[in-house]
Design a protein around this ligand. Structure first.
Ligand code: UD1
Length: 422
């Protein structure tokens, strides 16, 4: 298994290009199942999760061709010859559940394996299922699979989500585009990935209003056509690399970055003493002083502070002046990076969904282990600011969500290399 070695660093300088968003691409890809005509995505990220989604779509009879070194995904779902999403693929990635709504909407039947738990908590899919039931789907859970049917086709309905879910909103939105009549989604997620999906579906001929607000209204149509769509910038990759100069000093420009994608995150950076300015090509980041100020952070659905940047922010606050409190409100078990950061000398007290971080003067390099995608990158960032060498093992987590992490960070002067262990 590969590992990454990071050695504590001086100031960084240069530019990092931000890729298309993993989470947007993983919901845009299943949208191909809604149409017999081709759907082409540009600005796709090169990640193992994208390969997993390609494999899943391929198993259903869709064709996915990678062009331009994987930056373009040309997809066609002309002939779907299988309507069962098998456990062996679904278990690798929870976003697999996003094929359920489109298959059901197009052909009136689908069988999809339940994804099961994951490292950051139970993560149920009940809201996805309830939303499809509100559109007239008949569901049965058998042997770990959801068997879904809509014999006369899906029908528009009102979906009231009791809590905000990105994935359930995406599944409902895709299914509703081909349902008969009007669907209203209340308490919808407002993430940029939802807006990106709605824009792509609109290009395919869907009638959608209110994307980016809590109420989305969809007027069902008989069929959708093909389209070409660029994947929105990855706000989590953006936020992650914005932290690199906050850890090490210097100034880094993030190409493709936009303030509107990371508003709440930028407010917290400002409180901590980090300046973010808009440039012609993106965002530029530098710290105001040598030290970082302690701050309090609570994760929330968009437009609040993203749970996917909580681990990286915690790593930064480990060496801040004072005591910071981080509250995780989205997932119940998302502090697994804390014990690893403590191996590097951090002082963190975790009580349920609250972590109290007492800043130390200097983190120390240590062998650490990546436990999930965002946790693994937080350890790399911490290593950049630590004294000595940090070896991060189990970096396959990282390959799910960050393309060319070593190339991007070494390009701005970081001391980082990947070791291939047999
Ligand atoms: C998506 C992102 C993930 C991000 C998360 C929150 C993708 C592929 N993943 O995940 O990176 O961390 O949004 O921004 O886009 N819940 C239920 N029942 C459900 C669905 C969700 O109880 O049926 C709960 C979850 O356990 C969690 C909360 O709702 O507590 C939010 O989860 P959700 O927004 O659905 O996350 P994902 O779509 O899985």
């Amino acid at each position: 298994m590969d590992s990454i070695i990071v050695t504590g660093n001086g100031p960084l300088s240069g530019q990092i290009s931000i890729a298309g968003a993993k989470n947007a691409c993983l919901t845009l890809m299943p949208a191909t199942l809604l149409s017999e005509e081709p759907l082409t995505l540009t600005n796709a990220p090169r990640l193992s999760d994208i390969a997993t989604m390609s494999e899943l779509l391929g198993s259903l009879g869709a064709e996915v061709t990678q062009l331009q070194d994987g930056k373009v995904l040309a997809m066609s779902s002309h002939d779907l010859n299988n309507h069962t999403a098998d456990y062996d693929i679904v278990r690798k990635m929870r976003a697999s559940i996003l094929v359920l709504g489109p298959m059901l909407a197009r052909d009136g039947h689908a069988i999809v394996s339940l994804p099961g738990g994951c490292a950051i908590g139970a993560r149920p899919v009940d809201l996805h299922l309830r939303a499809l039931e509100a559109l007239g789907a008949e569901l049965e859970l058998k042997d770990g699979y959801v068997h879904a049917k809509a014999p006369g086709g899906l029908k528009g309905g009102t979906i009231d989500f009791p809590l905000v879910s990105v994935g359930a909103t995406e599944n409902a939105l895709m299914a509703a585009t081909l349902a008969k009549g009007t669907t209203v989604i209340n308490n919808a997620a407002r993430e940029p990935e939802i807006v990106d999906l709605a824009e792509c579906l609109q290009k395919m001929g869907a009638q959608i209003e209110g994307e980016g607000t809590s109420t989305i209204t969809i007027q069902g149509v008989d069929r959708l056509n093909g389209a070409t769509h660029p994947v929105v910038t990855d706000r989590i990759e953006l936020g992650t690399y914005m932290l690199a100069p906050a850890f090490c000093g210097g100034e880094v420009e993030l190409l493709g970055g936009r303030m509107s994608l990371v508003g709440a995150f930028c407010e917290k950076l400002d409180e901590a003493g980090i300046d973010v300015t808009e440039t012609d090509h993106g965002l530029s980041v530098r710290r105001r002083h040598d030290h970082i100020k302690a701050i309090n952070v609570t994760t929330e659905p968009f437009p609040g502070f993203p749970t996917d940047l909580q681990a990286q922010m915690m790593a930064l606050l480990c060496a801040a002046e004072g005591v910071s409190v981080l509250e995780e409100t989205i997932f119940e078990n998302r502090f697994m990076h804390a014990p690893e950061l403590m191996r590097m000398g951090a002082q963190i007290d975790v009580q349920g969904g609250t972590a109290t971080v007492t800043g130390v003067k200097q983190l120390k390099g240590a062998p650490v282990m990546a436990t999930d995608l965002r946790a693994s990158v937080s350890l790399i960032l911490a290593g950049l600011a630590a004294e000595g060498e940090t070896k991060v093992s189990r970096v396959y987590h990282l390959d799910r969500g960050y393309e060319h992490v070593v190339r991007k960070l070494s390009g701005v002067g970081a001391n980082i290399e990947r070791i291939h262990n047999s």
